[in-house]
Design a protein around this ligand. Structure first.
Ligand SMILES: CC(C)(COP(=O)(O)OP(=O)(O)OC[C@H]1O[C@@H](n2cnc3c(N)ncnc32)[C@H](O)[C@@H]1OP(=O)(O)O)[C@@H](O)C(=O)NCCC(=O)NCCS
Length: 346
């Protein structure tokens, strides 16, 4: 059984905030931000928007582009660090209700900016047991949790959602190799207080993201190389075989440093952070959707996705892109409701 991405979708809030606009309130400049990050602008959600509302827009597009209806979805996994509610209900349940995916199980997964790749792999693993069409969403509203007076961090982030539909199929290709890793020793390099730890110090507060930017930069360059080389080594391919690498869109200088370190051309890396900033768990599916819509990725391309973020977490996926060509030719999964395979003990 192969697991293919058969549909993609994305959502960016309407409001665009440029570096120049940030420079009106912060001790920074458009030139500093662009030369240090490759970011010129980002989209910021309206006050009445929510993470689930962004996720719903991306989800509807992804389901439509896969040629499915919401009732055919058997599972929804939302990767987010900025769910609508502190603890519950999950954003995935809110999405399930809003899109009418009445046959779907739903849960959230948190692995910060690596969340989408972790969610893809969690979903792919669950599909081995229950091969239903599955919706995987990365959605984050970082604007709600950053300190808008901290020039070291607030210039980096934006809001967005990206979604994909996974389908199980007999058609060879799809998601092939993956590497998922974590290094909790770096947990305090990016963190946000406001959880159970606060019971020791006082009431739950609206804490903001704290980050050691330089240390995270160095970590990202090192692990990006490790993941990408690891994926290529496992699969027996070389960098030249890749049509496209979709990096987590954190900072263009990170990707440039990786390319220099690996001695590979920048042209293989797909980047859109210039107009989106770092959208955390949404970053890779947002870039994927843009790459598909602009033909930067075509059927039969070998592509890699590499993510890194708080935790520290880092991960990558290697896949043979088939798009709609990867849709089930035989009935791997009954198309309406998917109640799971019946398993007998003997
Ligand atoms: C945050 C980041 C852009 C800072 O860029 P940098 O080149 O590493 O800059 P440094 O932190 O070394 O700081 C250099 C100087 O620029 C200043 N500076 C930082 N942000 C600035 C800004 N927006 N405008 C102007 N100056 C700024 C610093 O205060 C420092 O000044 P000092 O030398 O007087 O102390 C960069 O480290 C980065 O992108 N790190 C990765 C963060 C990330 O990706 N996080 C999410 C991971 S999922």
């Amino acid at each position: 059984m192969f697991v293919h991405i058969t549909g993609t979708g994305s959502y960016l809030p309407k409001r665009v905030v440029t570096n120049a606009e940030l420079a009106e309130k912060l001790d920074t400049t458009d030139e500093w931000i662009f030369t240090h990050t490759g970011i010129r602008s980002r989209h910021i959600a309206a006050d009445d928007e929510t993470t689930s509302a962004m996720a719903v827009q991306a989800a509807r597009q992804a389901i439509q582009s896969a040629g499915l209806t919401p009732d055919q979805i058997g599972l929804i996994v939302v990767a987010t660090s900025t769910s609508d509610y502190h603890s519950f209900p999950s954003t995935a349940c809110l999405v399930q209700e809003a899109i009418g995916a009445k046959n779907a199980a739903a849960f959230d997964l948190q692995a910060a900016c690596t969340g989408f790749i972790y969610a893809l792999e969690a979903a792919r693993g669950m599909m081995q047991v229950n091969p239903c069409p599955t919706l995987v969403i990365g959605a984050d509203m970082m604007s709600r949790i950053i300190d808008w007076t901290d020039r070291n961090s607030c210039i980096l982030f934006g809001d967005a959602a990206g979604a994909v539909v996974l389908e199980a199929s007999d058609v060879p290709g799809g998601i092939w190799h993956s590497i998922l890793k974590a290094d909790g020793s770096g947990a305090m390099l990016i963190y946000r207080e406001g959880g159970s730890r606060d019971l020791a110090t006082g009431p739950w507060l609206q804490h903001t993201l704290q980050m050691n930017g330089r240390a995270v930069f160095n970590f990202a360059v090192k692990v990006f190389d490790e993941i990408l080389c690891g994926l290529l080594k496992r699969s027996g391919y070389t960098f030249g075989d890749l049509a496209c690498v979709l990096p987590h869109q954190a900072n263009a200088r990170i990707v440039e440093a990786v390319a220099r370190r690996m001695k590979v051309p920048m042209t293989t890396f797909y980047m859109n952070m210039e107009t989106t900033g770092n959208t955390s768990a949404a970053s890779i599916p947002l870039a994927l959707d843009a790459a598909i819509r602009t033909n930067a990725i075509k059927d039969d391309d070998l592509i890699a996705m590499v993510g890194f973020g708080a935790g520290l977490t880092y991960a990558g996926i290697l896949m043979r892109w088939r798009g709609l060509a990867g849709k089930p030719k035989s009935e791997v999964c009954p198309s309406a409701t998917c109640a799971g395979k019946t398993v007998t003990e003997k």
